[in-house]
Design a protein around this ligand. Structure first.
Ligand SMILES: Nc1nc2c(ncn2[C@@H]2O[C@H](COP(=O)(O)OP(=O)(O)OP(=O)(O)O)[C@@H](O)[C@H]2O)c(=O)[nH]1
Ligand SMILES: [Mg+2]
Length: 251
């Protein structure tokens, strides 16, 4: 079985619609959904437990309180490994990442370890994003690429699929980011581990319900972490000999 992990904080109004969309896609019938909720005061966890497929295709990992996107994903990835899932997909709860594109990401794993749903490759786009959101995202990505030299256009994307077995090396151990810089950190680690990363164009849609969780402290964490990583030869815990690609990708 495969797993889609959705971290949530205050997404009670959005989560059911997204879960329904996922469960309704015939190509995704091998997928379960894991919502990782940080004790959202709006009752996101309770909404998930009320879903008719709860305990079957819909699972919930409840955490004690708001602890950041990175921590939520680390817990979700460990859970996926403990439960023996194969492909793992990560996506936001707010509808920005179209579940209809999950299959394209999974398809791209035939020749890759990580597939990123990308706004910034030909065919990818953002819908209803204000000019200043676009600008911040573009500047952020340009800064990350410049600092870390990553071969990826959309380093901050939160919509990804991982080939079975690669997550433990990339993310579960050794990552340190708590906020959205976790996305950059996992891209960097995958790249330094010699993993093959592909970008699949997606249409990113501005959230319809709820509010953004982006704060100045999350943005500041991203800035200082990326700047500090610039001065490390490689991510902590990553050896100096990247695995050879032939060893990782079945032909
Ligand atoms: N579990 C958990 N989830 C979080 C936390 N912070 C954000 N999220 C979730 O991470 C996903 C991305 O957060 P968003 O607020 O949509 O971030 P964003 O896409 O940069 O902001 P918008 O464009 O305004 O939506 C959403 O599903 C959030 O509910 C957190 O601290 N814990
Ligand atoms: Mg969002």
């Amino acid at each position: 079985m495969d797993l889609i992990i959705i971290p949530t904080f205050q997404e009670a109004r959005a989560i059911t619609g997204l879960v329904e969309r996922i469960l309704d896609i015939p190509e995704l019938d091998t997928f379960h959904v894991l919502v990782v909720d940080d004790a959202s005061p709006d009752g996101t966890g309770a909404v998930v437990r009320e879903h008719p497929s709860y305990g079957d295709r819909v699972q919930l990992l409840e955490r004690g309180g708001k602890d950041g996107l990175g921590a939520a994903y680390r817990a979700g990835f460990v859970w996926a490994e403990q439960h023996g899932y194969d492909v793992v997909v990560q996506m936001d709860a707010d509808g920005s990442h179209p579940p209809e594109s999950v299959f394209a990401l999974v398809d791209a794993l035939v020749g890759a370890d990580v597939a990123i749903g990308s706004r910034y490759v030909p065919g990818g786009r953002t819908v209803d994003w204000s000019w200043h959101r676009r600008l911040i995202s573009r500047i952020g990505n340009a800064y990350v690429r410049l600092m870390l030299g990553l071969p990826v256009r959309d380093c901050t994307a939160g919509f990804r699929a991982y080939r079975p077995g690669v997550l433990a090396a990339i993310a579960a151990d050794g990552t340190e980011a708590s906020g959205y810089s976790f996305q950059v950190e996992t891209t960097w680690r995958a790249s330094e581990l010699g993993m093959r990363i592909v970008e699949v164009p997606i249409t990113f849609v501005e959230r319809e319900e709820g509010a953004s969780k982006m704060t100045t402290s999350i943005a500041f964490e991203a800035l200082w972490r990326v700047s500090a990583w610039r001065f490390l030869a490689r991510p902590p815990g990553v050896g100096d000999t990247p695995r050879h690609l032939d060893e990782q990708i079945p032909t």
